[in-house]
Design a protein around this ligand. Structure first.
Ligand code: HAM
Length: 433
């Protein structure tokens, strides 16, 4: 039996991987506009990093981490998210000494041991942004604007952006105890997980998917009612700025996030036709986290987009599939040798070319070029070779041209420039207005 990939780990095959390239390229372009620089961190970290930052009583830390003991006996974990690693690197390299505000992005794989299903993998990919060093509501609205711009440029439609304020360490404890008091009455009806959450981390009950728990929560107190004046003012300003940017957002006082480090502004983007795993992106402010991790007391806000889920929302685009601009069709040994060098001359000028090295009939080589939607074939038979010429056929118009072999490269350079050089470039849907 051949060995297969692990459950929840997916290969990205040609035809699909182009979507990823498109998403990454698009995000990089928007990040550059917003002044973000790339940071790349290792995918493995000390386990304590995630326990300290994400929170001991979260699903991620309690159930989902890929944790193992390495040969030196250290507990290490494949990163379940990027924020903790980015902040660890930020603190370790003392980046705040260089400048007060940092805008960092990272793109890469994350690992969570969840039950695999549509849009939920054990290795998945995130586009992740962290905006460190400012507590201003302008930063919140800029982060949300950045997220919306990336999603718009990806052409994702019919998404909902929900917004909440989770308050701060000043006001959240009074909400947590009001919630505990409320839930205490229904304790015996709550699922076992929520009964545990009630004691350890009551806000997590809002994450529960069990129908009965959801029904109970419908009447539960909501956090915004408990926000202190400073948090309320901040949230009002964020909403005002977002509305000035004409970003459509729904207030959702029940939105909590699956990680414990958030405070104040939190948000999530979902798409209903994704099914039960409908969150495409999520993020929020995490003002106390950097200090809690042993770094300077700096406020920050960030978000992550899940690429597998975003990819499910992208239409399949034919032009994403790489195809040659010119297929060389040699007929016979001597012609193949000449064609091989002509192919290389195309490659050197970055013109996508293709030729088969096996003996195939003209008909079969033409069929293959046609199937690949290649616009030009260059046929080199023994007769043409003797005359020093090569036959060009445009497969879209069927027009034919016979040119001297030495003119081959200039001919296609001209054609490729005429096509604005974007023949094989990766394109996506047009951005929405
Ligand atoms: P998160 O909500 O845990 O946030 O993940 C962000 C996105 O990653 C989700 O909305 C979803 O699209 C995707 N995602 C999560 N788990 C899976 C999975 N098992 N399979 C496929 N996709 C998944 C964070 O990770 C925070 N670090 C975001 C953040 C950055 N907050 C501040 N800065």
């Amino acid at each position: 039996m051949p060995i297969q990939a692990l459950k929840g780990f997916k290969d990205l095959l040609p035809g699909e991987s182009e979507k990823w390239v498109f998403m990454e390229k698009t995000a990089r372009r928007v990040f550059q506009t917003f002044g973000f620089s790339e940071i790349r961190t290792p995918i493995v970290e000390k386990t304590d990093l995630f326990i300290r930052s994400i929170g001991s009583y979260t699903d991620i830390v309690e159930k989902e981490m890929y944790t193992l003991t390495d040969k030196s006996g250290d507990s290490i974990t494949l990163r379940p998210e990027a924020t903790a690693s980015v902040l660890r690197a930020f603190i370790e390299h003392n980046l705040q000494a260089q400048q007060p505000v940092h805008k960092l992005f990272t793109i890469g794989p994350m690992f969570r041991h969840e039950r695999p299903q549509k849009g939920r993998l054990r290795q998945f990919h995130q586009i992740n942004a962290e905006y460190i060093g400012t507590a201003s509501p302008y930063a919140d609205s800029e982060a949300i604007d950045l997220l919306v711009q990336i999603l718009d440029n990806l052409g994702l439609q019919e998404t909902r952006l929900r917004l909440n304020s989770l308050g701060c360490p000043e006001c959240r404890p009074s909400f947590a105890s009001a919630l505990q008091d409320f839930l205490e009455e229904y304790k015996s009806s709550l699922c076992p997980d929520c009964q545990r959450r009630l004691i350890k981390n009551p806000l997590r009950v809002f994450d529960c998917k069990v129908e009965r728990c959801r029904e109970i929560l419908a009447d539960a107190p909501t956090i915004t009612a408990f926000n202190c004046p400073a948090c309320r003012k901040h949230f009002d300003q964020v909403q005002e700025l977002i509305s000035q940017l004409a970003i459509r957002v729904e207030l959702d006082p029940r939105l909590v996030r699956g990680l414990d480090y958030y405070c104040r502004t939190t948000f999530e983007v979902s798409a209903s036709h994704l099914g039960s795993q409908d969150a495409v992106a999520g993020g929020g402010r995490y003002d106390g986290l950097i200090k809690q991790m042993g770094g300077p007391d700096l406020p920050a806000i960030g978000f992550a987009i899940g690429l597998e889920r975003a990819a499910l929302l992208l239409p399949t685009q034919e032009e994403w599939i790489h195809r040659p601009f010119v297929t060389l069709i040699p007929l016979g040994e001597a012609a193949r040798d000449k064609a091989f060098h002509l192919l290389r001359s195309l490659y050197k000028k970055e013109i996508p070319g293709f030729m088969e090295y096996e003996d195939k009939s003209l008909k079969s080589q033409l069929r293959r070029a046609d199937k690949a939607k290649c616009p030009y074939v260059a046929i080199l038979g023994t007769e043409e070779l003797l005359k020093g010429r090569i036959m060009i056929r445009n497969l879209n118009t069927q027009a034919q041209d016979e040119i001297p072999i030495p003119n081959f490269l200039d001919y296609f350079l001209g054609k490729y420039i005429e096509d604005q050089g974007d023949w094989c470039k990766i394109k996506g849907p047009e951005p929405q207005e």
